[in-house]
Ligand binder design. Structure first.
Ligand code: SF4
Ligand code: SF4
Length: 94
């Protein structure tokens, strides 16, 4: 499943998407994020009770601003959360 966390406003769509089938709950993205945007939560779709990454409740309405310092002005994206995720479970909509 693709879990979408974020919002849209007049300037665009701001979502962090976690592929819950790929996320193994390793927590590397949580540790890599300098602004506390991510956390591990219980994976409600995992019958074995595993963990998965999510955007914290507090951050869901402001990720455009929280993630702003990570976003390059131009060129290739090198986001700490994306780089830390070996199974490539994280994408950003902007
Ligand atoms: S680094 Fe990737 S696999 Fe690990 S918890 Fe984060 S999203 Fe899931
Ligand atoms: S882009 Fe930066 S601030 Fe946003 S979730 Fe990834 S590491 Fe955290």
């Amino acid at each position: 499943m693709q879990a979408h966390y974020g919002y849209k406003d007049g300037s665009g769509d701001y979502f962090i998407i976690i592929d819950t089938d790929k996320c193994n709950g390793c927590g590397k993205c949580v540790n890599a994020c300098p602004y506390g945007v991510l956390e591990l939560i219980e994976d409600e779709f995992d019958i074995e009770g595993g963990l998965m990454a999510a955007v914290t409740e507090e951050q869901r309405k402001k990720i455009k601003y929280s993630c702003g310092p990570c976003k390059p002005v131009s060129g290739e994206r090198r986001l700490p959360c994306v780089l830390a995720c070996e199974p490539k479970a994280i994408t950003h909509s902007w």
